[in-house]
Design a protein around this ligand. Structure first.
Ligand code: GLV
Ligand code: MG
Length: 339
């Protein structure tokens, strides 16, 4: 498979350098706001002070008669709001829609220097990323945008899922991929009306846990229906050197299930998630920051094995070259988040 750098073609002499380093964390949550909503725009600086990333959503959930005001509201945010350095992203309308060309043209032209990442929904293959990449490069060159804008794909169709590796590798602008569980469930003909999270009807086989379970044949364990998808997305992202994210959790009141879903994604390798309500910012911050007790143990491994080689017993547990690398993952993330 070709590496993303191989796709790099400078647009013109003086065009912005299209390769930008992907910022290191914090990217624990991408907080969605509706830029057509004046009250939300007014609250945005306060939200940006809490969130790692804020995203002006132009796609689904924004009604057709507010598509233009959402775009205009986002331009206003880019030009006037003080976000205190919190990255500003957008989710544009899908490449099948009549709005996307104006979304990308207007945003890159008007606020290209303020915009960090364009999230592209319903990406089905590398060609979707190539199209946006070239368009953005042309608009950046025309507008004199000095920082290349990065791209983020939502994995939310069965076809996109089948092509996840080529999507991850499609461009040096790729910053990451998120799971879109609602659209993906519909595309796959899954039988659920939930936006993310588990489903009581989807269970893994478990032994009965007590006498009552035995009597009534109750199954307590529930398996995350997104396990395969998230794991595959993580592998594709890590291979391409970009960041994997879980996506939306729609039941805002169910903070317990939300935390469980976020944690499953974190443990599998995701760096962050979406937040659809301020309460989910706090959940994401907690979940996507490594557990201090685990970091302390990971530090102990690293300190006890200075060269990271050989077999060692630490607190009764076997550690070797590979577990030293596992410890490094946690300690590095903790250090990045502490900066
Ligand atoms: C997000 O866009 C989803 O479809 O879940
Ligand atoms: Mg979607």
């Amino acid at each position: 498979m070709r590496h993303p750098r191989d796709f790099f073609k400078p647009l013109a002499v003086g065009a912005p350098e299209p390769v930008r380093e992907i910022p290191v964390p914090p990217s624990r949550m991408i907080h969605f706001f509706d830029p057509s909503n004046e009250k939300m725009r007014a609250k945005l600086p306060a939200i940006a002070a809490k969130a790692d990333i804020v995203l002006g959503n132009l796609e689904d959930a924004v009604p057709v008669d507010r598509k233009e005001s959402a775009r205009a509201g986002l331009v206003e945010v880019g030009k006037t709001a003080d976000l205190g350095g919190t990255p500003l992203w957008t989710r544009v309308n899908s490449l099948e829609s009549p709005w996307v060309l104006d979304d990308i043209t207007t945003l890159v032209t008007e606020i290209g220097d303020q915009l960090d990442v364009i999230m592209i929904p319903k990406v089905e293959g590398a060609e979707d990323i190539h199209y946006v990449d070239r368009l953005v490069a042309q608009l950046e060159a025309k507008a004199g945008v000095t920082r290349p804008i990065l791209l983020h794909a939502i994995l939310e169709t069965a076809q996109g899922m089948a092509n996840v590796e080529e999507i991850a590798f499609a461009s040096p602008r790729m910053q990451g991929i998120s799971l879109g569980p609602a659209d993906l469930a519909a595309s796959r003909r899954m039988k659920t009306t939930r936006v993310g999270g588990g489903h009581p009807g989807y269970v893994s086989i478990s032994d009965p846990t007590d006498a009552e379970d035995l009597e009534v044949g109750r199954v307590r364990a529930q398996q995350d229906p997104w396990h395969y998808t998230v794991a595959r997305m993580v592998d594709a992202c890590v291979s391409a050197g970009i960041l994997p994210f879980y996506g939306p959790f729609g039941d805002i009141k169910d903070t317990v299930a939300c935390e469980a879903q976020f944690r499953a994604a974190f443990i599998l390798g995701c760096v962050g998630t979406w937040s659809l309500h301020p309460v989910q910012i706090d959940i994401a911050k907690k979940v996507f920051s490594p557990d201090p007790a685990e970091v302390a143990f990971a530090k102990k491994i690293i300190e006890s094995i200075p060269d990271g080689k050989g077999v060692h017993m630490i607190d009764g547990k076997m550690q070797d070259d590979a577990s030293w690398k596992q410890a490094k993952v946690l300690v590095t993330l903790a250090e990045q988040l502490a900066q």
